[in-house]
Ligand binder design. Structure first.
Ligand SMILES: [Zn+2]
Ligand SMILES: [Zn+2]
Length: 503
């Protein structure tokens, strides 16, 4: 290295050190100046929004001048703060909460004249065009409340046959909660005089589920989180707001928390779609062959409706379907993975449409270990990366569907004595449900077609048959959909039958 540049670097370094020292001094002065004024707490903006915000300084937004009671003031337009948090719905309410608990609720549709500023009163809301009582001093939190947010955003409280209640984080702020001391831990110091211990508690705002919904007779509950966490409990517990999502909180179960809780089902069915793995394994171990008929998007309420109205003549001859609980999120990837791994999404790693890889072995790996031959008959795309390659089916005869090709392929495999385990994935009930709705006549007619396929396969099979679905389907304004924590999506039929022709 030439000597010149070494000197240059040394000078630069010296410069940087001096500059750093000066900056530090300047920052110290600023900090010192701040501490001589009053302590300003952070302003939290939470609720039914995508981006929760903690405001520490007015400089984070552009301020404007305005007149208030003959005085000139400067503040941030509330609309620009709200906009940056991305409210979940266009229509919303805004709740101002002061340090003393005083709250004011305004409609969020017109925020003209609403300002947030930092004054000797801490954070302050001044709303020029709203009633004067909406002006809150020593403002602690601003909550955005969406009256009709999509169900996936909040927490749903349901039974096997009814969607009972729904709360978003914002909506819960309007309910009465309880302040609960929460034990965080103990720390101990040892010194000459011996040991001194301190126990740390924080206070949490909790909402007892018993206060939100009436379910006096129920003794068992299941709680599900966004990642598919599934907790069976006899303690209804509490909801806790955390910025823009809700946690489930149980005091009985050593303060167990499910983060971002999606739903709470009262008196869930004893069966789960994860039983498929265990039942299949049980039969294979006893050297019985198993045929699994996976009817995508076939909810229990659709089964009942179809049975009553004569759309499933064959399924109606089989033993009455039991109710089985799907998983969150009730979509194909997650439901399929739960069925074949016997594990809930938090354990098998597939909790939405975005995951394909299984973290735990599927029934196909277990079958292989037992020396059994298995096959997975699929539509035209692979949904999960399983230990065996699926047999894919495209629309060969050009009738616009591949369900008939799936059926023909399945029938060949079923008649081939070499297979011990065959899983067939039919998807046309789901397709029709999305296009027309869960109980639409066209969906029911498609169900009737699949019922015929099922009959032929069951009659040709020598062994056990399990028929079930990954998730159900609910009505939307224009057709049908699934993926929400609601009974139509989460309760599916589960049928165990014997193969062969019924004489
Ligand atoms: Zn599906
Ligand atoms: Zn679907």
């Amino acid at each position: 290295m030439p000597k010149n540049s070494t000197i240059k670097i040394a000078l630069l370094l010296l410069g940087a050190i001096i500059l750093g020292a000066l900056l530090r001094e300047a920052m110290f002065k600023v900090a010192a100046k701040k501490t001589t004024t009053s302590y300003v707490p952070a302003l939290q903006i939470n609720g039914d929004i995508k981006n929760p915000l903690t405001l520490l300084d007015e400089a984070e937004f552009d301020s404007v001048d305005f007149e208030y009671k003959g005085e000139r003031k400067r503040g941030i337009p509330l609309a620009s703060i709200i906009q940056s948090t991305e409210p979940i719905t266009e229509k919303h309410e805004i709740l101002f909460i002061g340090e003393d608990g005083l709250s004011a609720l305004i409609d969020g549709s017109n925020l003209d004249g609403c300002h947030i500023l930092l004054s000797e009163n801490g954070w302050e809301a001044i709303n020029l065009l709203h009633p004067v009582s909406s002006n809150v001093k020593r403002l602690k939190e601003i909550i955005i409340i969406a009256p009709d947010a999509p169900l996936n955003f909040g927490v749903n409280i349901i039974s096997q046959t009814e969607n009972l209640a729904y709360f978003t984080p914002g909506q819960l702020y309007k309910e009465t909660g309880v302040q609960m001391p929460y034990f965080e831990g103990t720390s101990t110091v040892t010194n000459d005089g011996g040991q001194n211990s301190v126990s740390i508690f924080t206070r949490r705002q909790l909402y007892p589920l018993r206060d939100l919904v009436d379910f006096s007779e129920a003794e068992q509950f299941v709680v599900m989180g966004a990642k598919g966490e599934t907790l069976y409990t006899s303690d209804p517990g509490f909801l806790q707001v955390n910025k823009n999502f809700l946690n489930y909180f149980s005091l009985d179960r050593e303060n167990e928390i499910i983060e971002n809780v999606k739903g709470f089902m009262i008196a869930p069915p004893s069966r789960s779609i994860t039983d498929l793995y265990h039942d299949t394994l049980h039969y294979l171990q006893r050297d019985e062959k198993v045929l699994l008929l996976f009817l995508d998007g076939f909810g229990y309420h659709q089964y009942e409706y179809a049975k009553e109205n004569g759309y499933i003549p064959f399924l109606s001859t089989l033993p009455q379907a039991e109710k089985a609980l799907s998983v969150y999120q009730p979509v194909t990837n997650a439901g399929f993975a739960a069925m074949i791994t016997g594990k809930t999404p938090d354990e098998n790693g597939v909790y939405s449409r975005d995951q394909m890889d299984l973290k735990t072995p599927s029934i196909f790996a277990m079958a292989k270990q037992l020396g059994k031959e298995s096959a997975l008959i699929e539509g035209h795309i692979k949904i999960l990366n399983t230990e065996i390659e699926p047999v894919l089916n495209i629309d060969l005869n050009g009738d616009g569907k591949n369900e008939d090709e799936i059926y023909s392929t399945a029938l060949e495999y079923v008649k081939d004595a070499n297979y011990d385990l065959i899983m067939v994935h039919f998807h046309s009930i789901d397709d029709a449900g999305h296009s027309y709705g869960d109980l639409h006549e066209n969906t029911m007619e498609q169900l009737k077609v699949v019922d015929g396929y099922v009959r032929d396969l069951v009659e040709a099979w020598k062994g056990k048959v399990i028929i079930l679905a990954d998730h159900g389907m609910h009505s939307t304004e224009d057709a049908g959909n699934h993926g929400e924590f609601r009974y139509e999506d989460l309760i599916v039929p589960y049928i165990i039958a014997e193969g062969g022709r019924i004489e």
